[in-house]
Design a protein around this ligand. Structure first.
Ligand code: NAD
Length: 374
């Protein structure tokens, strides 16, 4: 079996395998090919991949001959259209938002695994790319906010007078939100946090932040760790609470997402306008519509003196570590399907293989993608 790492599109700085992981796969008898320059933007050289046991190959040869193609982002249509039936793709394809593309891949007889659909179970933790990348994004969101903000984060008492600490409001205390809390606290900010899942209250408080409570959240305990949609009454109460906290905040970091749906708008235009000039909002949910009414995905705008950065790709701003963690997630997942001889054995009785596989033998096989409402 030939496993190949493709160079990503121009907008992606990460790479799906790093030399350290290539070495482990080679030790497991896997033939690894890496496209020329695939790791350059993440600071992994062709030489390092070669030393780890990979062969450096041109893209055309990889597309024709490799059995399993790794790339974080999907290939362009001209490329996947040419792939022979039975080829396997593994990456982050956001299938819940790209059902039509998944159908086309099924019709092309491609077997595809989307790492972002791995079930959120204990056994899958070491393979969870959403978590490994969200962790980096949460950290970077705070660093970016501190860099952009017009004032200090920590409280300072100097001979020239004192400076109060920055007030940070974090919406969504999932993986990114929790790391954002920890990072903002380390920089000395005062942090308030809001999430629809009351279960996170303890974690939030243990990181030294205040949890803003709204009564009556919908039960998300059966949603595999994800949020669910809330009632109108709850949403109204939530709006009022968030408006109060937002008006006091210097920085807002938003991370609230609902898989397969548009991100909830938690910060209205009016709330943005009520923030003082020089404040900063970092919206990590920008790619699925954003958590503020003014967010523009992939853009930094200044709305009435408030800087709003819509960026769901912040993990890519730490490409060396983001790639390392992504690669380890992929390695742990591949171990579920590799034989001692370095061949693939896909056991669809394994819930992680089944939950991550999107298309196989001409069909969409993933239940979550199949059950999507148009
Ligand atoms: P996510 O990126 O889907 O969402 C981020 C956060 O936004 C979540 O905490 C969610 O509750 C919150 N949110 C959604 N709608 C909201 C709203 N209207 N207002 C405020 N907050 C809202 O989530 P994630 O970070 O990928 O993971 C969520 C949770 O899943 C984790 O905290 C954890 O409990 C669980 N998890 C489990 C595993 C595992 O066991 N393998 C791995 C990762 C995550």
């Amino acid at each position: 079996m030939i496993l190949a790492v493709l160079k990503e599109k121009a907008e992606e700085s990460r790479v799906s395998l790093v030399p350290e992981v290539v070495k482990q796969l080679v030790q497991q008898q896997v033939t690894v090919w890496v496209e020329e320059g695939a790791g350059v933007k993440a600071f992994y050289t062709d030489e390092a991949y070669r030393e780890a046991g990979a062969a450096i190959k041109p893209r055309t040869e990889i597309l024709q001959q490799a059995d399993l193609l790794l790339s974080i982002r999907s290939l362009v249509p001209e490329e996947w259209n040419q792939l022979a039936p039975g080829k396997i793709l593994m990456g982050v394809y956001q299938p819940l938002y790209n059902q039509e593309l998944m159908q086309q891949w099924a019709e092309k007889q491609l077997t595809t695994f989307s790492m972002d659909t791995i079930p959120r179970t204990t056994r899958a933790q070491s393979m969870d790319v959403l978590s490994s990348q969200a962790n980096i994004a949460g950290y970077k969101a705070v660093i970016l906010a501190a860099y952009t903000y017009s004032r200090y984060f920590p409280m300072l008492m100097t001979a020239a007078g004192s400076i109060p600490p920055a007030k940070v409001l974090i919406l969504g205390a999932g993986v990114a939100g929790l790391q954002a809390i920890a990072t903002a606290r380390r920089l000395g900010a005062v942090v308030e946090v809001f999430d629809t899942r009351p279960a996170v209250k303890e974690e939030v408080m243990s990181l030294g932040a205040k949890f803003v409570e709204v009564e009556g959240a919908a039960d998300a305990s059966k949603a595999g760790g994800y949020a669910v949609e809330q009632t109108e009454e709850y949403k109204q109460k939530q709006v009022e609470k968030i408006a109060q906290s937002a008006a006091k905040a210097d920085i807002i970091i938003t991370t609230a997402q609902i898989p397969g749906k548009a991100a909830p708008i938690l910060i209205s235009q009016e709330m943005v306008e009520n923030m003082h000039t020089g404040s900063v909002i970092i919206d990590l949910a920008a790619a699925t519509g954003g958590n503020t009414a003014v967010t523009k995905n992939g853009e930094t705008i200044v709305h009435k003196g408030v800087t709003v950065i819509g960026n769901s790709d912040l993990a890519g701003t730490a490409p060396a570590d983001a790639s390392k963690l992504y690669a380890r997630n992929v390695l742990n997942f591949l171990k579920l399907m590799l034989t001692k001889e370095g061949q693939l054995d896909l056991n669809f009785k394994d819930d992680l293989i089944q939950g991550t596989c999107i298309t196989h033998k001409g069909e969409i096989v993933n239940e979550r993608v199949k059950n999507l409402q148009p």
